[in-house]
Design a protein around this ligand. Structure first.
Ligand SMILES: C[S@@+](CC[C@H](N)C(=O)[O-])C[C@H]1O[C@@H](n2cnc3c(N)ncnc32)[C@H](O)[C@@H]1O
Length: 282
């Protein structure tokens, strides 16, 4: 069987849930990360970050609800280009942002300089990041918990836990089972699919979706053929019940305090597609 047929067979293969982790390609590839940054900053799409009005409302809600005061320390895991961190620094907090996208961190640093904000940015994979400081509050926003396997989630919660002092707060949001029920499989392919998102040169891209009903996991698998290489990006999303996310947080030493319909404090009800969970390090 020639290589081309082998590649095509691989395109169609349903992998085991969380078989491969390719988040570094999705967020840190030199070309893709530039496209991602455009998405983060583009107000007409919410593919990478939510819109500015939402983020401002969310930062105000968080500061008020967790009674954050000038000088309090906040750490944002997966801070991207610093859309939340800059808002908290403007409120006088001592802020740290962690992200492994070199392009986003470089933008965030320039943005802080432009705005005369003193923010510590750390370019690191949060699955292997150990904070040297203890903080009053940690954030993990825009469902960044969902692309991770159970083992990775445990590792990340451990890293977040050790970045906080006792009694400090942690807020995260995750997709719910309701959102899982609405997911539809897409299988499509084409030249330069997604307007050149995947490579600078011409390419051919296949998108295959797979669902894992037992685990409530969904995968969009992208296979990209360029002149130089073939690469795959596995975009996993795990959807949670309130009980499931609560028990993972409790197992990692957090006390669950409250549920919201999103990180602006919208009320949570059974039909919301996102749940934000406020918790505390015990
Ligand atoms: C969906 S975006 C959300 C960004 C930001 N929280 C916001 O809402 O504007 C996810 C972010 O997490 C970062 N990220 C994903 N996996 C990561 C990892 N393992 N280590 C560090 N950063 C990661 C990405 O680079 C990206 O900036």
């Amino acid at each position: 069987m020639n290589d081309f047929i082998k590649y095509l067979l691989e395109v169609d293969r349903k992998p085991l849930a969380f078989e491969r982790y390719t988040a570094d390609i999705l967020w840190d590839d030199s070309h893709i990360s530039k496209k991602m940054l455009e998405y983060h900053l583009n107000q007409s799409t919410e593919l990478a970050s939510r819109n500015e009005a939402f983020i401002t409302k969310s930062a105000d809600f968080i500061a008020k609800t967790f009674q954050l005061e000038k000088g309090d320390r906040l750490i944002d895991f997966g801070c991207g280009p610093g859309l939340y961190t800059s808002r908290f620094a403007e409120k006088g907090l001592e802020v740290t942002g962690v992200d492994f996208s070199r392009n986003s961190i470089s933008y965030a640093k320039e943005d802080a300089l432009r705005k005369h904000l003193d923010i510590e940015y750390i370019c690191s994979n949060y699955l292997s990041f150990n904070s040297l400081k203890e903080h009053d509050m940690a954030l993990l926003i825009y469902c960044d918990y969902c692309p991770l396997s159970k083992e990775q989630r445990k590792t990340l919660l451990h890293n977040i836990y050790q970045s906080l002092h006792q009694g400090a707060y942690f807020l995260l949001d995750v997709f719910t089972e309701k959102a899982y029920l609405k997911r539809e499989g897409v299988t499509r392919s084409g030249k330069n699919l997604m307007n050149g998102f995947w490579a600078e040169s011409d390419y051919y891209c296949f998108v295959n979706s797979f669902s894992y009903d037992d685990e409530k996991v969904f995968l969009d698998k992208y296979t990209v053929f360029t002149d130089e290489k073939v690469f795959e990006v596995y975009n996993w999303l795990k959807y949670f019940t309130v009980d499931e996310i609560s028990s993972e947080l409790k197992e990692s030493g957090f006390k669950v305090l409250d549920f919201y319909g999103d990180v602006t404090g919208k009320p949570y009800h059974e039909d919301t597609e996102v749940v934000a969970i406020a918790c505390m390090k015990e």
